[in-house]
Design a binder for this molecule. Structure first.
Ligand code: MRU
Length: 329
């Protein structure tokens, strides 16, 4: 399995997700500032991937500042805070940073060892959640092969291994159970058409891209047997923050009685928040909406509402699957 995130002994190596599918290029990120910039600009994106990048960022900082055993330096703690706040919605980022920082008292090598262990664990986590989700999908759907619908990108680019929802889709395809995947293009940054389509093509799984607003109509026309998505933060009551557009998909799926699955690691659960209304939703630059590949597609003075995520209430989700458990409605 080709990984989208690794460590070369001195720096973080990441696939530059901004350039795909046009260019496959690797970034070498040797400082915390470069890493924060990569996370903010979505060169590294997807909840698990930014959590792992955050952990590697703490390791970079600890090595840079030469933190000594039993000494927690103010500089590393400040860098950790900047990393944890690079993006607000995916709880995995805070989780990754906190876990790596927890080893600082044992020195920089211990921080790096922890971050690298997290990369390894992600592979096992992805695999377990994907198998569990694939089994569940097969037990709750009748038609074979299946027509699936997914949103955003939840594959190897969004994690350090096979992915979450896309990992389950690949597992279903491996079992010969997938006729087609409908891939929401995922406006405005096109993680579906740029990244998920690229991953499915790479894996040889049949897919078609649709504009986000075609998803409900595809369900109405009987083209979708089930929906699989990932998550950025799941609250104690099971509400799920994920890429903007997920909530609309869940409403449409419920209306058409189509099973709607969320696949996400345990690290995406935030039980400190009682419900989804407490989640801070990232609002991103207006240019993401007013421009397309650098070209203006709106009047110059257009106002813009650009939330990057929305919240799907637990009662619209058939089941939420992690590496450890299934929470069913
Ligand atoms: O803004 P992004 O591209 O980082 O948003 C990513 C998503 O919403 C994914 O669906 C989510 O992080 C799950 S990735 C396994």
């Amino acid at each position: 399995m080709k990984t989208s995130l690794s460590w070369d002994g001195e720096a973080v190596i990441a696939v530059d997700q901004r350039a795909l599918p046009r260019d496959y290029r690797l970034l070498r990120l040797a400082s915390v500032d470069e890493l924060i910039d990569a996370i903010r600009s979505l060169a590294i994106r997807g909840a698990p991937a930014i959590g792992l990048a955050g952990a590697l960022g703490v390791a970079l900082s600890a090595r840079w500042h030469g933190a000594m055993a039993n000494e927690v330096t103010a500089e590393v703690t400040a860098d950790a805070s900047r990393l944890a706040h690079a993006r607000p919605t995916a709880v995995n980022l805070e989780w990754g940073v906190r876990r790596a920082l927890g080893r600082l008292h044992d020195g920089p090598d211990a921080v790096l060892t922890e971050a690298l262990a997290m990369l390894e664990e992600d592979a096992a986590t992805n695999r377990a959640a994907s198998l569990r989700a694939a089994d569940l999908v097969l037990s709750l759907t009748k038609r074979r092969p299946l027509r699936l619908l997914t949103h955003c990108n939840t594959g190897r680019l969004a994690t350090a291994a096979c992915g979450t929802a896309l990992g389950a889709i690949l597992e279903l395809a491996e079992r010969g159970c997938v006729a087609e995947v409908l891939v929401d293009e995922t406006r405005p940054l096109l993680q579906g058409s740029r990244l998920t389509a690229w991953e499915l093509g790479e894996a040889g799984v049949p897919y078609r891209i649709c504009v986000d607003s075609a998803a409900a109509s595809a369900m109405a026309r009987g083209l979708v047997d089930c929906v699989l998505v990932g998550a950025d933060r799941i609250t104690a009551n099971g509400d799920v923050a994920n890429k903007i557009g997920t909530y609309g998909l869940a409403v449409a799926a419920a209306h058409h009685r189509i099973p709607f699955f969320v696949v996400a690691p345990e690290s995406t659960w935030d039980r400190s928040l009682p419900e989804g209304s407490a989640i801070l939703i990232e609002e991103r630059d207006s240019a993401e909406v007013t421009h397309c590949a650098g070209t203006a597609v709106s009047p110059v003075d257009a106002g813009v509402y650009n939330p990057a995520f929305d919240v799907t209430p637990a009662n619209l989700i058939t089941a939420t699957v992690s590496e450890l458990r299934t929470v069913a409605r």
